[in-house]
Design a protein around this ligand. Structure first.
Ligand code: NAD
Length: 338
């Protein structure tokens, strides 16, 4: 039924049952690395759940899934409390909504409609986020996002990744938590599933789940056999930021020996942002790893700080998602049937 036609009782029942489904999908996806449904179906369920809460605000509570990120850390790992929460990102799906995002940023900051807003545009890597803590340049701890406030200790496993330096180059702040994405290439994913099949073991649904399943191992020797990569894109606790812009911090990370994504651009206007999105989208198949969109971030960190966070996502960033793979599959099926 369309939401406008629902009574409060019907909406409450649907909200409760969708909430149970989503919680089950979240556990399978985040804790078991084995999704029960395709992402596109999950996104439909989540959007309906959010729409129900928008139309019926009495359904919103502290327990609401619209306020939650990921899933609780698995009991199998030691827990790590994040000094700065690891949250999610808001989504937009069209160029028009990118314009709305920038307009919202200006309104929130009390700026004129024509005021320039510079943003970075970064590929949204489809892996799992990880927080790497460096003290005096040495890697001392690595944690997954978990529920955003508490993650899983994966330090021994992260130490097996070639792209994660054990020691940063000179100049790094005394304390630096680098946040970024651990991911697996398409080639490594295909090879891993072949090996798993040959050994009669579980195969992974996609490179994202394979990366998560490989990092979240109790035996780091297994992680060491799985080729995982890392791109740095943000930070948590830091004793002194090396720059006052997102772009500047990424360049500093690069100088410390961390990998940053080469397709990241600094954009001066909405036109440049969406042009870069479409350029990346056109090259998506040739990257060799999965990305599911482009993330725009307000470049000026002073403005990021003023914008702050709303519920489970920053106000100063947004993910511009690519159309779901599922839609492509359906189109392909139709073509085949025709
Ligand atoms: P998200 O993945 O849409 O966005 C947030 C994440 O983006 C961050 O945690 C970070 O890991 C990542 N990211 C990649 N590149 C980044 C960059 N340059 N800058 C900042 N962040 C970057 O949000 P989410 O809350 O983690 O999960 C939602 C996604 O997971 C949806 O796409 C959903 O379909 C999928 N999901 C699927 C199932 C299922 O059952 N199939 C279940 C749960 C979640």
């Amino acid at each position: 039924l369309p939401i406008e036609e629902l009574s409060l009782a019907q909406a409450r029942a649907e909200h409760a049952s969708l909430g149970e489904d989503i919680a089950r999908y979240d556990r399978a996806y985040y804790q078991e690395d084995a999704p029960l449904v395709p992402d596109a179906d999950y996104d439909v369920a989540r959007r309906r759940y959010e729409a129900l809460e928008k139309a019926f605000p009495e359904l919103v509570s502290e327990e609401s899934l619209t306020k939650k990120v990921g899933a609780k850390p698995s009991e199998k790992f030691a827990k790590v409390k994040h000094a700065v929460p690891m949250l999610s990102l808001g989504n937009v799906f069209s160029d028009e909504e990118v314009r709305d995002f920038v307009a919202r940023v200006r309104r929130f900051l009390g700026l004129a409609e024509t005021a320039p807003i510079t943003c970075t545009a970064e590929p949204k890597i489809d892996g799992l986020s990880c927080s790497l803590r460096y003290e005096r340049g040495h890697l001392v701890q690595a944690a997954t996002r978990g529920d955003g406030y508490e993650g899983e200790d994966v330090t021994a496993n992260i130490r097996t990744l070639k792209e994660v330096p054990q020691r940063l180059h000179d100049g790094a702040p005394e304390v630096l938590e680098v946040r970024g994405e651990v991911y697996m290439t398409h080639a490594a994913f295909a090879a891993l599933n072949e090996r798993q099949t040959a050994a009669g073991k579980q195969i992974f649904a996609n490179p994202r789940n394979a990366a998560a399943g490989s990092l979240r191992q109790l035996d780091s020797r297994i992680t060491a056999e799985r080729p995982l990569h890392f791109f740095a894109y943000g930070w948590g606790e830091v004793s002194a930021l090396p720059a006052r812009t997102q772009w500047g911090v990424l360049q500093a990370f690069n100088a410390y020996g961390l990998k940053i994504n080469p397709r990241t651009r600094l954009c001066e206007s909405v036109e440049e942002m969406v042009a870069h999105y479409h350029a990346i989208e056109a090259d998506r198949a040739t990257l060799g790893y999965d990305i599911d969109g482009v993330v725009y971030k307000v470049d000026d960190i002073a403005l990021q700080e003023r914008l702050g966070f709303v519920s489970r996502a920053p106000r100063w960033a947004v993910a511009h998602k690519f159309p779901a793979e599922r839609a492509t599959t359906i189109l392909r099926d139709i073509e085949i049937n025709v």
